[in-house]
Design a protein around this ligand. Structure first.
Ligand code: PLP
Length: 479
């Protein structure tokens, strides 16, 4: 991050300051919200839960403190313009797709995107051209896309409206976006990036560059995930002239509440100030703590547990620590439960892994607690090269209908095991990480059916499905 951030930016928090000024007047509140700032002493921010009263600006038409706070954020996060989001990165992804695509337009999309991107396609009635992700051989996880793949698809689909990537993935595995951004520039097509897991990128030289620094036209960041704003508060950054900003503004007003939460907005304001003043040092400290955690895990002597190291992608976010089990007695899901029994809560599990997310708020005591739990695990396992899955997964499915076409078709319910050969009428999404393994309109085959049943048997939670136990599935009727 630039070290010469202006004094004003460091000191001011336009939204939050105005909220404090309002509260200090002991105002008589004849405006919404109905609690009038008086309810629940247990939730201290009721008093600051405000609305668009005079002086507090309007997210749908910002001209005062919100505009100022967004401008300050744009400077810190290397954007030309920043939009505050109160519906998470979900709303940013939806808005970007609806801005660039009219019904029937093609858009080139990394296949392992968050479900919100697929939902964006359904709402926009856009046609995805999928970019298959690489599968990292070390972890078996889907990571980024390869440049030759993007080149090939761009040359076949010159009419596509944008390239939409998700970078980094949930586990912090990411690609250097500079060459991809250059490629998109040469093809005169905007590069849009879901950077939900990379709000801290570019804020220290020890972190990967952000999508904005790498030349993307738009990036959506969950400020609440890796930085310190409140849950649901995110930012959408844009630069260059490729995106119709006026349309984007209108679409954001369609998707976001006309009564946005001021505590959420203020938390974005406060986070930006903190980052401008102390972010680099705080992030470097967090990276050092993360290295300490990795060292402690490696010294713990639990021989069937590995810390994931750099694989076939450009970089691994140092604030994500992923453990991989090679013992049959512990899947990622059961390992997560083991930690939770000791009140240590990892971010997510899959069949083989658990993920610890560190941030600038992680303390040395937090790290020690992880190691205390590790000490309770057996050092040896009889089968230390066990693979938890019988079935491997690829994203290669036959696409029969576009997601929006399938979404609007009549469906029928079938026993899950009988779905092979049928076309899915719903999305099947292990969550987290929230990446759909089946999109509506894709044909079920035996491999995916068995894989999903196996995941379900291990304790994976599913979104998108009408029957989360996967006993049944909605398939398209009368194809
Ligand atoms: C890659 C990715 N994009 C977008 C989202 C949605 O973000 P939010 O929860 O801020 O709406 C998530 C949520 O986990 C995600 O993993």
């Amino acid at each position: 991050m630039d070290s010469d951030l202006g004094g004003t930016m460091k000191k001011s928090t336009p939204i939050f300051t105005k909220m404090l000024e309002y509260r200090a007047q002991n105002p008589v509140r004849f405006h919404v919200p109905g609690h009038k700032g008086r309810t629940s002493p247990d939730l201290p921010f009721y008093a600051l839960d405000l609305t668009e009263i005079t002086g507090l600006d309007d997210l749908h038409q910002p001209s005062g403190v919100i505009r100022e706070a967004q401008q300050l954020a744009a400077e810190v996060f290397h954007a030309e313009e920043t939009f505050f989001l109160v519906g998470g990165s979900t709303v940013g992804n939806l808005a970007l797709i609806l801005t660039v695509c009219k019904p029937g337009d093609e858009i080139i999309i990394q296949r392992n995107v968050h479900k919100s991107v697929i939902n964006g396609l359904i709402l926009a009635q856009a046609h995805p051209i999928y970019l298959p992700p690489k599968i990292d051989p070390l972890s078996g996880l889907a990571v980024g896309v390869e440049i030759p793949t993007v080149e090939q698809i761009l040359s076949k689909h010159p009419q596509a409206k944008a390239v939409f990537l998700s970078n980094p993935n949930y586990f912090g595995m990411g690609e250097d976006l500079r060459s991809l951004a250059d490629l998109c520039k040469r093809a005169r097509i905007p590069l849009l990036v879901d950077e939900a897991h990379g709000a801290h990128f570019g804020l220290s030289p020890r972190l990967p560059p952000s999508a904005m620094q790498s030349g993307a036209c738009a990036a959506v960041q969950s400020t609440h995930k890796m930085l310190s704003s409140l849950t649901m508060s995110s930012m959408l950054h844009v630069q260059g002239g490729e995106i119709d900003r006026s349309k984007l503004r209108t679409i954001l007003t369609m998707l976001q509440s006309s009564s946005p939460s001021y505590p959420l907005l203020a938390s974005l304001d406060l986070t930006r100030k903190y980052i401008a003043e102390e972010g680099r040092q705080a992030l470097d400290d967090a990276i050092a703590r993360s290295a300490e955690l990795v060292g402690m895990i490696e010294e713990s002597g639990v021989l069937w547990l590995d810390v994931l190291k750099q694989g076939q992608y450009s970089y691994l976010d140092p604030l994500k620590v992923t453990l991989r089990s090679r013992a049959s007695a512990y899947t990622g899901y059961s390992l997560k439960q083991f930690f939770e029994h000791s009140r240590v809560y990892p971010e997510l599990a899959d069949e083989r892994h658990i993920l610890f997310v560190l941030s600038l708020a992680t303390t040395t005591e937090d790290i020690t607690r992880v190691c205390d739990v590790l000490r309770q695990l057996p050092k040896h396992a009889t089968d230390m090269s066990f693979n938890h899955l019988n079935n491997t997964f690829t994203f290669a499915r036959e696409i029969i209908l576009q997601p929006h076409q399938a979404f609007h078709r009549t469906t029928e319910r079938l026993p899950f095991e009988s779905s092979v050969g049928h076309v899915a009428g719903e999305m099947i999404v292990p969550d987290p990480p929230g990446v759909a393994l089946i999109n509506p309109g894709e044909r079920m085959d035996k491999q995916i059916m068995l894989y999903l049943k196996e995941l379900q048997g291990m304790g994976c939670q599913f979104h998108g499905v009408s029957d989360p136990l996967l006993n049944t599935i909605e398939v398209i009727k009368d194809l």
